[in-house]
Design a protein around this ligand. Structure first.
Ligand code: WTA
Length: 651
C-alpha cells in the first residue's frame, strides 16, 4: 500500500496522477484538448482517417445541416469487424489473445484474434444461410458466453443490426423489444448460469417469440445442457456453425449505416431503441478506450459489464478489439461462489485494468477486505467505474484496498446515448477526486445550465448538457424520430443535447454528477423508468393506482419503492405484496422488483393533483417528513408512513 498517497488523499481529498503514468501515458498533456477546441471537426476527421481502416475514406467530417440529425463521415465506407479482427490478423497479430473467457462453473477458454475471426466468419455465414442480410434486425438474448460477442460481430460483419437484450429481462420485456424492432432472428441459449442455477433462456425466448410474428428463426447456443422444447423455427448454433461456410467477406458499410440498437428506459413505459451507426461509433470507442484506459499491448483488461448493456458493447467488444487488446470475459457475478471470485481472477490472470460499477464495489466492501487480501492484486495498474455516481467512501476503499494506493481511478460518465465516455479523468493527466468525473474528453463540450438554458457559473449546479456534436452520439430512437427530438433536443433547442442528469462544478471547475433529474431510477447501475414500474403494477387486477420512486440504497445506489392503491374489494395482505412484486419481476425483470411495496389509502397529491414524490421518498428513506402543507389530504401521509415503519421495523 502506498501510505504517502493515502495520507495525502485523506488530507486533501485529491490524488495527483502517479509518476509512472505521467511519464508514459497515452495522454499526458492538454494538447489533444487544445487541438479539438481549435477545430473539432478537423480533430475528429484527422483521427477518423488514421484510426479506422476504410474501404473508402470519408471526405467530410460532421454534417450539421439538419440538427439534431447530425451525421459523421457520411461518405466513408468500412466494416466494423474488419477493424476489430481482420486488420490485426493481417498485420501478424492473430496469435494474440482477444478474450480469456471464464465460465461461472470455472472452465476457461482462451480465444485468439485469429480464432475469433474464424468464429465470426462462420457465424456470419450461418446468419446468411438463415436468410439474414444487411439492415435486418437480430435480437440477441444470451448470458456472457463467447457466442455473445461472436453473435454481435457476426451481425456487424454482414450489416445486420443487433439488438442485445440483457439476459435478466423477462419474456414480456424481450417480446416488446423484438416487436419494436421487428427482428427476423433471435439468438439465445438453452440457459445461462446464474449463481449456480440455470436461467431458462430458451423457455423465456419461446414465450416471447410466440408473440412476435416477425421472427423466422431462433438460433440456440448449447450452454447449460438441460432438455429444452423444440420448434420448427429452432436451429442449434453448433450445428449451424458446423455446416456454415468458414469464409465470409465483410460487407462494405456506409459510415452512417446502423450498427446496433440498444433499448434503454425513458420516462415513459415504452423503452427506447437507441440507434448507433458505424463510423462515428467506432471512432468514439477506439479513442475513448485508449485515452481513458491508457491501453497498452501487454495489458490484461477486464471490464466486468454484461454485453446486455452499453458498457459491454463499447468497452468489452468494439473498443478493446479495435485496439487489439486482451480482455477477460467472465460469465458470472462477483458474489458467486464467494466474494473472492473477482480477486482470484485478477490474481490468476494478472489483470492490469479493472473496470466495474460502484454498486459492485459497495457490495465488495460489505463482503469485507479479507476477500481482497487473500489474493495478489498487485498486477492492477488502473481502476475504473461507470454507471452511477460513486460515493467518496467507496472510491477511497477501491483506491486503497483494490488499487493498493497505486492505481488511478477513472470515474467515467456516459450513457447508452453517448456511445462512449464523455467525462472522465485521464490517468496520466488528471488530479482525481473521490466522487468526481472531473471533466470532458478531448472534443466534448459539457455545459451545466439552469432552467432557462443559461450556463451556470463555476461552483454552481444545474442540468448537464452537451453542446457540440460528437462522432459516437446516438442518431435517433428506432422508428421514432419525433421522440428522439422531444427527449433530447427540445428542452434547450435542437443543438443542445439534454442528458437528463444533474451536475455541478467545484471551485476548480471539476464536474460532479448528481444523478437523474427525470423519472428514471438507477438501480445497481441499471436504468429503469418509474413509469415502466407503475404501468406494470397497474396492469395487475388488484391495483388501482401506483407510484414508484427511487430511494437511497447503501449498495445499489437506489432501490425501488412502490406505493400502491388497491381496487375496492382487495385486502392489503403480505401475500398480495409478494404477488405484486413478483408481477413486476415477471413483467420487466427481476432487477426491477420493488424492494419496498407499501399499500396506501391514496397517494399524497398536491391540490392540483400532482403526486408528491418528494414525500414518498422521505417516507421510503425513513426521514422526517418535509413540508406537507400543500397536500390535499395530509392524513394520507401518516397512514402510509405507519405501514412503512411497520415494514421497515422502524416502529
Ligand atoms: C448514470 C451507462 C454518475 C447517469 C454507461 C447516466 C453515471 C446513466 C456515471 C446512463 C458516472 C453513468 N457517474 N452517473 N460515472 N455513469 N451514470 O445508459 O445517470 O446505462 O445518465 O449508460 O447512468 O446509463 P446507461
Amino acid at each position: 500500500m502506498n501510505e504517502a498517497i493515502e495520507a495525502h488523499l485523506q488530507e486533501t481529498r485529491t490524488v495527483p496522477p502517479p509518476e509512472a503514468f505521467v511519464r508514459a501515458a497515452r495522454v499526458a498533456d492538454r494538447s489533444l484538448h487544445e487541438e479539438a477546441e481549435a477545430d473539432f471537426e478537423g480533430f475528429w476527421m484527422r483521427r477518423a482517417l488514421t484510426e479506422i481502416s476504410w474501404y473508402r475514406e470519408p471526405t467530410e467530417s460532421l454534417d450539421a445541416s439538419n440538427p439534431p440529425f447530425f451525421t459523421w463521415f457520411k461518405d466513408g465506407e468500412l466494416n466494423l469487424t474488419y477493424n476489430c479482427l481482420d486488420r490485426h490478423v493481417e498485420a501478424g497479430g492473430g496469435g494474440k489473445t482477444a478474450f480469456t473467457w471464464i465460465g461461472e462453473p470455472g472452465e476457461e477458454r482462451v480465444i485468439s484474434y485469429a480464432e475469433l475471426l474464424a468464429e465470426v466468419e462462420r457465424a456470419a455465414s450461418a446468419l446468411k444461410a438463415l436468410g439474414v442480410g444487411k439492415g435486418d434486425r437480430v435480437a440477441i438474448y444470451l448470458g456472457m458466453v463467447p457466442e455473445l460477442p461472436v453473435a454481435m460481430l457476426a451481425c456487424a460483419r454482414i450489416g445486420a443490426i443487433h439488438s442485445v437484450v440483457f439476459g435478466g429481462f423477462s419474456a414480456t420485456a424481450l417480446a416488446d423489444r423484438i416487436q419494436d424492432a421487428t427482428c427476423r432472428l433471435v439468438i439465445t441459449a438453452d440457459g445461462a448460469w446464474r449463481k449456480g442455477a440455470i436461467i431458462p433462456l430458451k423457455d423465456i425466448a419461446d414465450e416471447a417469440v410466440a408473440q412476435c410474428p416477425s421472427v423466422e428463426h431462433v438460433l440456440v447456443v448449447r450452454r447449460t445442457e438441460q432438455d429444452v422444447a423444440w420448434h420448427d423455427r429452432d436451429t442449434w448454433w453448433h450445428e449451424a456453425m458446423a455446416e456454415a461456410d468458414p469464409r465470409c467477406e465483410p460487407e462494405r458499410m456506409n459510415a452512417e449505416d446502423p450498427l446496433f440498437m440498444l433499448y434503454t428506459s425513458g420516462t415513459t413505459a415504452k423503452p427506447k431503441g437507441i440507434l448507433h451507426t458505424s463510423g462515428g461509433y467506432l471512432l468514439g470507442a477506439i479513442l475513448s478506450h485508449r485515452w481513458v484506459f491508457d491501453i497498452r499491448a501487454d495489458d490484461v483488461y477486464w471490464c466486468t459489464a454484461d454485453c446486455g448493456w452499453v458498457t459491454g458493447h463499447t468497452y468489452v467488444v468494439y473498443g478493446p478489439l479495435a485496439n487489439h487488446a486482451t480482455g477477460i470475459l467472465y460469465e458470472g457475478t462477483p458474489e458467486y461462489p464467494t466474494w473472492e471470485r473477482h480477486w482470484e481472477i485478477v490474481d490468476r490472470h494478472k489483470v492490469t485494468i479493472y473496470y466495474t460499477a460502484p454498486t459492485a464495489i459497495r457490495a465488495l466492501i460489505k463482503a469485507g477486505e479479507a476477500a481482497v487480501q487473500m489474493y495478489d492484486t498487485s498486477s492492477l495498474r488502473l481502476l475504473g467505474t461507470v454507471g452511477e455516481p460513486i460515493n467518496p467512501e467507496a472510491w477511497i476503499w477501491y483506491h486503497e484496498h483494490v488499487g493498493g494506493g497505486r492505481c488511478p481511478i477513472v470515474d467515467t460518465w456516459w450513457q447508452t446515448e453517448t456511445g462512449s465516455v464523455v467525462l472522465s479523468p485521464l490517468p496520466g493527466l488528471s488530479t482525481t477526486k473521490p466522487g468526481s468525473a472531473i471533466g470532458p474528453l478531448p472534443g466534448m463540450k459539457p455545459v451545466i445550465v439552469d432552467e432557462r438554458g443559461n450556463p451556470v457559473p463555476i461552483g454552481g449546479g444545474g442540468y448537464l448538457t452537451l453542446q457540440r456534436p460528437w462522432p459516437s452520439m446516438l442518431r435517433t430512437i428506432w422508428g421514432d424520430d419525433q421522440r428522439f427530438v422531444d427527449t433530447y433536443w427540445s428542452r434547450f433547442g435542437p443543438t443542445v443535447y439534454f442528458t437528463g442528469d444533474g451536475a455541478r462544478t467545484d471551485d476548480d471547475g471539476d464536474i460532479w454528477l448528481l444523478g437523474r433529474v427525470d423519472d428514471v431510477i438507477n438501480v445497481a447501475g441499471h436504468r429503469i423508468s418509474t413509469t415502466e414500474i407503475e404501468s406494470s403494477l397497474v396492469g395487475h387486477p388488484a391495483v388501482a393506482e401506483a407510484a414508484a420512486i427511487g430511494a437511497h440504497d447503501e449498495i445499489k445506489g437506489e432501490h425501488i419503492a412502490a406505493f400502491v392503491i388497491l381496487r375496492d374489494g382487495n385486502e392489503p395482505t403480505d401475500e398480495l405484496r409478494g404477488e405484486l412484486a413478483q408481477h413486476v419481476a415477471v413483467g420487466i425483470g427481476k432487477f426491477a422488483k420493488p424492494s419496498l411495496l407499501l399499500f396506501a389509502p391514496d397517494l399524497p397529491k398536491t391540490r392540483s393533483g400532482k403526486i408528491m414524490r418528494r414525500l414518498l421518498k422521505d417516507i421510503a428513506e425513513g426521514r422526517e417528513l418535509g413540508d406537507a402543507t400543500t397536500l390535499r389530504d395530509p392524513a394520507i401521509v401518516e397512514a402510509i408512513k405507519a405501514d412503512a415503519d411497520r415494514q421497515l421495523g422502524r416502529a
